[in-house]
Design a protein around this ligand. Sequence first.
Ligand code: BES
Ligand code: MN
Ligand code: MN
Length: 465
Amino acid sequence: MKELKNYLDTNRQRFLDELLDLLRIPSVSADPKYKDDVRRMAEATAEHLRSVGADQVEVCTTDGHPIVYGEKMIDPKYPTVLVYGHYDVQPADPLELWESPPFEPVVKKTKLHPQGAIYARGACDDKGQFFMHVKAFEAMVQCNALPCNVKFMIEGEEEVGSKNLEKYCRDNKQKLACDVVLISDTSIVDNETPSLTVGLRGLCYMEVEVTGPNKDLHSGVYGGTVANPVNVLCQMIASLHDKKRKVTVKGFYDTVQKLSAKERKRLNEAPFDSKTYMKDLGVADLMGEAGYTPIERTGIRPTLDVNGIWGGYIGEGAKTVLPSKAFAKISMRLVPDQDPKKIEKLFQKHFEGLAPKSVKVKVTAHHGGYPVVVPTNSDEYKAADKAMETAFGKKPLPQRGGGSIPIVAMFDQVLEASSVLMGFGLDSDDIHSPNEHYGLFNYYKGIETIPYFYKYYSELKRNKK
Ligand code: BES
Ligand code: MN
Ligand code: MN
């Protein structure tokens, strides 16, 4: 591995420059305005795969954004690792809150990142992280140190619910056949505390519309006798949590897995300082389900949040109006064994039941995703654990991620392969927010760790064949 280390050291600057170039492409999947840029990003990703020695590289057209594929099959007797990542990014707005333009990456030093961090949309989520795999692969090929087969599948629709990936996986089951899926799209606890993600939350995303009178009314002439849908919606939403901040949707917790005291203790071993946490976020107190620590509230407990709410007059000055309609987008983060399809029905029934006769309610569902738990006794977990320990000099803590990667559950079902969630970001990297960034330490540490995973995983698997 010494030769590999030398290769990484010699090529540090180029590895960074190449990533910066990719970050200049605004591959925002949600906004049709960027459709050509998304394709350009797919082509650039494919070109990188080709240039580092992948074969069968394709930009596969789908009904949405393209999927990039490439592989290196060195021997069918060896195990096969499928690398999954996403080259699409979240919209950058609100633009005015960025300290430097989102698609003009800059490297800046900060307290948390004394070696510097790359500021750009997608720096961490997920361009910086999937590209570590391309560079680690390059290094292994160049140093004759690739111990197994590799396939790459980098998609362009993760941030909009991976709508076309399932069909692609079903249609290409043979091509994608693998022993394990390797993903870097999650976080570590901090740069001194490596961790492996052993669970992801699922998602159920709903939209509600409350209609009162058949037109906007004068709030003086009618106010006080006709239901105001904005008032009513606020009341309905407020009732979705009880005093202990539990979600009141009937049946919501029925299938939630309980963790043993031992498992909970293990999760809470991660360092967490609520004072700094609150200070960083500018809040004077935390709020969440009673009886659980912040780590548990984001990792093993389901939640409900309003993502947006609108209705009535929101222009300049004041307009006295009793609006006809009010809307909200409401999402629920789910944990094992909650089923997003069932939760969708429970929510719909519960929410409709909350409405007074004076309004009509319409509830519709957006995309969702199943929660995930990763066993810690598998060969792939052991290999990832040892890889992290070798690179960081410390054993990684198993941690639950609060976010969702809906296709991970699908990989289990369709490709019959389990996933390793070996991400290198920090929760404080501001993914999806203004000023998203990714530490140079994290980028290079990832590139250093990945070949160890290949090595240990191949050794474990080969000893069994
Ligand atoms: N990489 C994130 C998910 C993530 C972030 C998991 C941090 C664990 C820790 C992913 O790109 C993402 O943002 N997922 C969405 C899913 C949605 C668009 C279906 C999410 O979690 O909101
Ligand atoms: Mn991501
Ligand atoms: Mn994301």
